[in-house]
Write a protein that binds this ligand. Structure first.
Ligand SMILES: [Zn+2]
Length: 354
């Protein structure tokens, strides 16, 4: 099986020849080709270098599925009037959110991801990656959930305060974010993405916004992306943060699946074995070793052991091995390779627990 077929089979709930690995390697590739962050990410965004980093990372680590471009949170910050900081060897950060004052929300115009830089160059990087490795390798698009994106545009604390004191303003910000998400999802799904669209949703987190607002904003926002992506003939994967394998929030998983997603990625501290038992027959389960403890700190033996635990709990069908969140530069490449290799070596017949 080619990596792309393996990924597509798993997302359909099927049993590929082995469990595929998706790294969601957002800025990790900058370490692989050894370039400073601003060289790719600042200004107009360097599509060619971005794609080269993604392809080089896939060649070096051998994972099955990639995000088609280097990406970071707050990509649209400067085109909407905010300010970013680009450190040399770590990820870009938002210095001033674009919607710092309430008037900014009503003044803002939606960017066109196919025309306006830097977004248009990110889309171009996806196309370059697709023409380079798209026949072989699964390429996923990465966008943010509506509340998550709104938190970046307004500043998360300001958005949470708005939800308490000026709900109309919060809703206008979330609506703007949702429309930006639809536009970018559509652009990526038609320009290089070949396997699925991934909705990263760190602040679409019922621990932060509560289950009621998760239902009111995150789920309808997700449905809108699913519809856009389906129209392009592709499935959607959802990755909200929160502990969804505990009783308080577990009903939200079924409600997320009801929006038409093909897969759910569980973040840190979720019980993957429980997730597989509970929802494995209705959605593809994505997730794996904790990015911030196991994968970052090692040692290799622990990474291999925990990778195999996840494979035993969730494989061999309807499961995509990931770590618990996205991968950024600074993560030791040898540790990531140990996880990928452990997954490639895993033999379900030999290692299945009795
Ligand atoms: Zn995450």
């Amino acid at each position: 099986m080619r990596p792309r077929e393996r990924m597509e089979a798993a997302l359909r709930g099927g049993a590929p020849d082995r469990v595929p690995v998706f790294l969601r390697d957002l800025t990790l590739g900058l370490d692989v080709i050894g370039v400073p962050t601003p060289e790719v990410c600042s200004g107009k965004f360097n599509a060619e270098l971005s794609s080269r980093a993604v392809v080089a990372t896939q060649r070096a680590l051998g994972h099955d599925a990639v995000v088609g471009s280097i990406q970071f949170c707050g990509l649209e910050t400067e085109m909407l009037g905010g300010e970013l900081h680009f450190p040399e060897r770590t990820i870009p950060t938002i210095l001033h959110p674009p919607f710092a004052s309430p008037e900014d929300v009503d003044r803002a115009e939606l960017p066109d991801p196919l025309r306006d830089e830097p977004l248009s160059n990110v889309v171009k990087a996806y196309e370059l990656t697709s023409s380079s490795v798209g026949d072989e390798v699964a390429i996923l698009g990465n966008i943010e959930g509506a509340v998550t994106k709104a938190g970046m545009l307004r500043g998360l604390e300001a958005l949470l305060m708005d939800l308490l004191t000026d709900r109309g303003l919060a809703e206008r910000t979330i609506e703007f974010a949702a429309r930006m998400g639809e536009d970018l999802a559509d652009a990526l799904a038609s320009h290089g993405v070949n396997s699925a669209l991934f909705v990263a949703a760190a602040s679409d987190n019922p621990d932060i916004i509560g289950p009621d607002d998760f239902r009111r904003y995150s789920l309808p926002g997700l449905r809108r992306v699913v519809d856009v992506v389906n129209a392009n003939g592709l499935p959607t994967v959802f990755h909200p943060h929160g502990i969804f394998t505990e009783p308080m929030f577990s009903p939200l998983v079924s409600e997320s699946i009801a929006q038409g997603i093909a897969g759910f990625q569980f973040a840190e501290r979720n019980d993957l074995a429980f997730a597989k038992r509970e929802w494995g027959n209705v959605t593809c389960i994505l997730g794996g070793v904790d990015a911030f403890t196991t994968l970052l700190l090692g040692p290799e033996e622990r990474i291999i052991r925990e990778t195999e635990d996840c494979l035993r709990s969730c494989g061999p069908s309807g499961y995509v091995m990931m770590c618990s969140c996205s991968l950024h530069r600074g993560m030791p490449l040898g540790n990531v390779k140990a996880m990928v290799d452990a997954c490639r070596r895993w033999d379900p017949d030999r290692l299945r627990s009795p």
